[in-house]
Design a protein around this ligand. Structure first.
Ligand code: ATP
Ligand code: MG
Ligand code: MG
Ligand code: MG
Length: 561
């Protein structure tokens, strides 16, 4: 590509609102321009980088057996109403109306759309498993669009959705995506962490985020260098907020006769209550012999894992039958009401209403238990305040704190969408069952910014080779000098012949301006054609290290290969 015919409008100054390096450099180096708040135009250079990122993602998604589709951006309101998200999504959802008054949303994510496709076209276990993905523009009316491509209102996402016949198979699909994401972020050359995350508004069983480490990033994480434990600090806080809504009136505590029921499922069936309303109790014995009851809400597997890790880490063990008996606790589904042992409540059960717990008496449960009315948690493990230096919940070594950018997020959804939208399949045994789902996002355009955040210096961008817009930058320092021009043209032709992606700065501007632009644009390798051509030499430079090397012109082919 000849720079003289290309379009790279570089700027000396970044716009005033650009605060972070990726925003500053992507604009200054001519990769993007802003149209309005949170809306960006990709110029030719930026578009090339975006395509490279897309293609790396596509390669590994295809390898993993995922099938690429393209779904409409405009999604009917009825689908969102079926799952309740028309209301839940709030102001972030862009809503539009057609000429007949029918409402639509500009897709911020596509669980509803893909579930609709699947319920209409998949009937049998023989059609499963399936994983569909797309790379497509998403819309979110973010409260604070900022940092350029990092938080746009219109942005490119890779979103994938898996459909399985059983929980076990769904976990397999989830694990496959986890591995696929690792391959993608490794190839992109990122320094990143995979962290345990909250399931937030999407709901579901468990989830992980992929966070690229950058200073002052919006994602706050703690991690352990020793055992690899890593979690999102924001997660627990967010969940706590959700759990406080909607406020429910406290009903009077009631003891109910529940003969021959013990499991959570039994209780929920017998009492006709949502299993989410059941507080599971685990009794742990600490190393000094004291017992603590640990309350876990019925559906909080993520927090349960964390709590179990925590108690394992402090060498507490689950009470054996003998220990329970000694404490006067009925085995099975027990509740510590009336028991004289401390209660640890996980953050998600700190302030909950009208729950069910065991009455600690055979064949009885309490309903309408209210926390903290009926339980006063003496203490709780609050992961939302975990900070640098706290003991790792798994191995006790001091935790490290870091900030980063969330670039990927995977969820095991379970049946949240398939149940509410009736996406059933007929299993081998002839029975209809809801399909088990997972969903997997990658912020494609945010990745472009993340790459710059991790790879730049004071002069500009330093692209990792895998996503650089071009691999080689040829600078003809004085294009009016025929000898320089001839050699530069020759090297340019050779590079193209060899299939090297090359940008050739053939503009009639000063050498200083060419070097400044080249540093800003950040192409990994550079051949500088200048006065030394008289001695049969050019200079080969590496953007990342700044290394310079004089090379005989006739040896340049070797290098290009
Ligand atoms: P965040 O916490 O940053 O708001 P999110 O958790 O709302 O992101 P997801 O719903 O998990 O985002 O979407 C999948 C991915 O899409 C995110 O991991 C992120 O990389 C990307 N993404 C989300 N919102 C934006 C945005 N406004 N601009 C650019 N990329 C985004
Ligand atoms: Mg968000
Ligand atoms: Mg998030
Ligand atoms: Mg997320």
């Amino acid at each position: 590509m000849r720079a003289s015919q290309y379009f790279i409008p570089t700027l000396k100054e970044a716009p005033a609102e650009a605060e972070v390096p990726s925003h500053i450099f992507l604009i200054r180096a001519g990769y993007i321009r802003q149209l309005a708040a949170g809306l960006y135009e990709y110029l030719p250079l930026g578009f090339r980088v975006l395509k490279k990122i897309e293609n790396i993602i596509r390669k590994y998604m295809d390898d993993a057996g995922a099938l690429e589709v393209l779904l409409p951006i405009l999604t009917p309101a009825e689908l969102w109403q079926e799952t309740g998200r028309w209301d839940v999504y709030g102001k972030e959802l862009f809503r539009v109306e057609d000429r007949k008054g029918r409402l639509f949303a500009l897709g911020p994510t596509h669980e509803e759309t893909i579930t609709d496709l699947v319920r209409k076209n998949i009937r049998s276990y023989k059609d499963l498993p399936k994983n569909f993905y797309q790379i497509q523009t998403k819309f979110r009316d973010e409260a604070r669009p900022r940092y350029g491509l990092i938080r746009g209102r219109e942005f490119l996402m890779k979103d994938a959705y898996s459909f399985d016949v059983s929980e076990e198979m769904a976990v397999k699909s989830y694990e496959t995506m986890k591995e696929t994401y690792r391959k993608i972020f490794d190839e992109l050359g990122f320094d990143y962490l995979m962290v345990e995350a909250d399931t937030g508004a999407i709901g579901g069983k468990f989830s992980h985020e992929f966070v690229v480490k950058v200073p002052n990033g919006e994602a706050h994480i703690v991690y352990c260098e020793k055992c690899g434990y890593a979690a999102n600090i924001e997660a627990a806080k967010y969940e706590f907020e959700l759990d406080k809504l909607p406020p429910e009136e406290e009903k009077p505590l009631e003891k109910v006769h529940t003969p021959s029921v013990s499991s959570v499922e039994d209780v929920s069936r017998f009492l006709g209550v949502d299993s989410k309303k059941i507080v599971k109790t685990l009794v742990y014995i600490l190393d000094d012999g004291t017992a603590v009851a640990v309350l876990i809400r019925g559906d909080r597997e993520l927090n349960e894992t964390k709590l179990i890790n925590y108690f394992n880490a402090i060498d507490a063990h689950l009470a054996s039958s003998e220990e329970l008996e000694r404490l006067g606790i009925v085995e099975g589904f027990v509740g510590p009401i009336g028991l004289n042992i401390p209660v640890y409540a996980d953050v998600s059960v700190k302030d909950l209403h009208n729950f069910v717990v065991g009455a600690n008496e055979k064949d009885y449960h309490f309903i309408n238990v209210n926390i903290p009315r009926d339980f006063k948690p003496v203490d709780f493990v609050d992961f939302s305040t975990a900070k640098e230096g706290d003991p790792c919940p798994v191995c006790k070594s001091p935790l490290k704190e870091a900030t980063g950018l969330e670039v990927g997020h995977i969820f095991l959804l379970g049946t949240k969408y398939s149940e509410s939208m009736k996406a059933y399949f007929v299993d081998k045994d002839g029975r209809e069952k809801p399909i088990i789902m997972g969903c997997y996002g990658i912020g494609v355009s945010r990745l472009m910014a993340a790459a710059v955040e991790q790879n730049h210096d004071e002069n500009g961008i330093i692209w990792p080779e895998s996503i650089a817009p071009f691999k080689l930058h040829i600078l003809a320092l004085n294009i009016k000098d025929n000898q320089i021009k001839d050699i530069a043209e020759k090297i340019y032709d050779e590079a193209k012949k060899l299939g090297v992606e090359v940008l050739y700065d053939d503009r009639d501007i000063s050498p200083g301006a060419k070097f400044k632009d080249a540093d800003l644009i950040g192409i990994p390798y550079r051949v500088v054609v200048g006065k030394k051509v008289k001695e049969g030499k050019v200079e080969f430079q590496e953007r990342k290290t700044g290394n310079k090397e004089e090379i005989e012109i006739d040896k340049i082919n070797e290098l290009l290969k």
